[in-house]
Design a protein. Structure first.
Length: 531
């Protein structure tokens, strides 16, 4: 197969143009192209008067041709094949257990099931269909279900997000391709395998999760929802049994894919496993009109259906030495109430597949180091640090899970807003005007004011007076890491820390990849289970 990179076409091109460009690059007739597929597609909007699509194309020809050595944009590539062999020799005395049904746990379970290891998946929350009802009730009435919410349940926190599937990690093993193809098989649009910034959207993602669960069950896996890990039992430095609220389960392999909000589980594990505090970030959600963002990025081409709604990503180094950056940008989406504990307000962002709602939102957050919360002496101190500001946000907004909001102009002046401008909050169950300086550290607020102002120099009107800030965004990543050694096990043998909660991922894609990585290690170590 021949890959052609840097194929540039105007936004009004058609499929025929791809064949013409490929034939020109290879100096062959269009009719000699046996097959053509898109490997990568991205948008180049640096010149708003001439926005282009940039393609990488995979082409098969009816005959062999000589590839020019001096053309770095043309190369011969091998078709993608993700294949892992079960080469482990150590016998399993009982079925492996995976705690957590987010992306890391799901993809770990999927590969283990495919290879005959019959995993058991424990999830404290509910199946996605029931979970949606509980979350809708919280958003409507402020009735928080502590076991079924945006943080807990099938698919993890990513179920109620934009469903982004891009990642910054290097993926030489091609695990990411495996993840994308599994999502497509489960019902996601095929374009996620080649567009530069793939996303599914919360609406389509929910159906994909159900189909992946069904596949795992068909392959021998077992799901146990509404069952929470409460203890682990160790003998001679090895895991041999776990305890849940309703059962005792024998196992010699335990995968901890528990998510960044499993605070009670972290507290239980502290002192049993080696935990270390790690940096995370904290801040607010910012909302703008999506039309404003698209016009700033695409100019007169904003609104073109081939381009879709525009996004952004910014980083600013503040005078105080901290980084202020945007995170989890949701075009045409909403700010979500994402609490998982009584008396705390937590925000996140969510978009549907079409990203067609009025507001754009993103987290604007500031780096937090272990020194800020005493993490050098206490590995779980970051949990109390997050909780402190979530509870303050709850209090200043009225104590009813409404979120505190403030216009950017008033935020800079530390003044409580009295009316909205052109932007209204999307957060439910409601929003209350408050001074966000009362529910965030001063150094975070100072950095936010400086950072948002700087972002306004890169995207017109980003720092507009009525840009709406909603607090607080505290769950950007886990505040700790469960350490693991070269064979990916914790300080207790047989326990495999995995995914975002354990400190090894940051989003759906990287968590899914880490789940596959853990499963591969188990497959290399242990024999499959007998049927």
């Amino acid at each position: 197969m021949i890959r052609i990179q840097q194929v540039k076409l105007s936004i009004d091109h058609n499929e025929e143009d791809l064949y013409i460009k490929a034939a020109e690059a290879l100096k062959v007739k269009k009719e000699e192209i046996k097959s053509l597929s898109v490997f990568r597609k991205s948008i180049d909007a640096r010149k708003k008067e001439e926005i282009l699509f940039i393609y990488a194309l995979d082409v098969e020809l009816d005959r062999e041709i000589k590839i020019p050595k001096r053309n770095n944009n043309i190369s011969v590539v091998k078709p993608f094949v993700y294949e892992v062999e079960a080469t482990g020799e150590k016998p399993l005395n009982s079925r492996p257990v995976i705690v957590g049904c987010g992306p890391a746990g799901l993809f770990c379970a999927l590969l283990l099931a495919e290879k005959g290891y019959n995993p058991i998946i424990l999830e404290r929350g509910k199946k996605v269909k029931e979970r949606v009802k509980d979350i809708d009730k919280f958003w409507r009435d402020g009735a928080l279900n502590l076991r079924s919410n945006i943080q807990f349940g099938e698919g993890g926190a990513g179920t109620f997000s934009d469903g982004k599937l891009n990642t910054l990690i290097k993926d030489r093993s091609k695990r990411g391709k495996k993840v994308l193809e599994e999502f497509v098989e489960a019902g996601a649009p095929s374009e996620i395998t080649y567009i530069n910034k793939p996303h599914i959207g919360t609406d389509l993602l929910r159906g994909c999760l159900v189909n992946i669960r069904k596949k795992i069950i068909e392959l021998g896996g077992t799901f146990r929802f509404e069952e929470c890990l409460t203890d682990i039992n160790v003998k001679n430095g090895n895991i041999y049994r776990i305890v849940t609220e309703s059962d005792i389960i024998e196992t010699d392999v335990l995968v901890l894919a528990i998510g960044h909000s499993a605070r009670d589980t972290f507290e239980m594990l502290n002192g049993k496993l080696e935990l270390k505090a790690k940096p995370f970030a904290m801040g607010v959600r910012i909302e703008h009109p999506q039309q404003m963002i698209s016009e700033a990025q695409y100019g007169s081409m904003a609104g073109n259906p081939k381009l879709g709604p525009a996004d952004y990503k910014f980083v600013h180094k503040c005078k105080n030495g901290r980084s202020c950056y945007t995170f989890c940008m949701c075009p045409g989406g909403v700010v979500t109430a994402s609490s998982s504990e009584k008396g705390g307000v937590v925000t996140n962002g969510m978009s549907f597949h079409d990203r067609d709602l009025e507001n754009a939102n993103a987290a604007v957050v500031v780096s937090i180091d272990p020194e800020d919360f005493g993490g050098r002496d206490n590995p779980i101190a970051g949990i109390d640090f997050q909780r402190k500001f979530e509870q303050k946000a709850f209090e200043i907004a009225g104590g009813n899970y409404h979120a505190p909001v403030q216009l950017f102009k008033d935020f800079k002046e530390k003044k409580v807003s009295t009316s909205y401008g052109e932007i209204y909050p999307t957060y439910r169950p409601g929003a209350s005007f408050a001074n966000l300086w009362e529910c965030l550290p001063d150094y975070v607020c100072e950095s936010l004011a400086e950072g948002i102002t700087a972002f306004g120099k890169w995207l017109d009107n980003f720092d507009r007076d009525d840009a709406l800030l909603t607090g607080v965004e505290t769950r950007t990543s886990s505040p700790l890491r469960i350490t693991r050694d070269d064979d990916l096990q914790s300080s207790i043998k047989g326990i495999y820390p995995c995914g975002e909660g354990s400190g090894y991922a940051g989003g759906i894609m990287s968590a899914s990849i880490d789940g596959l990585k853990i499963a591969e290690q188990i497959i290399k170590t242990y024999k499959p289970m007998k049927k």
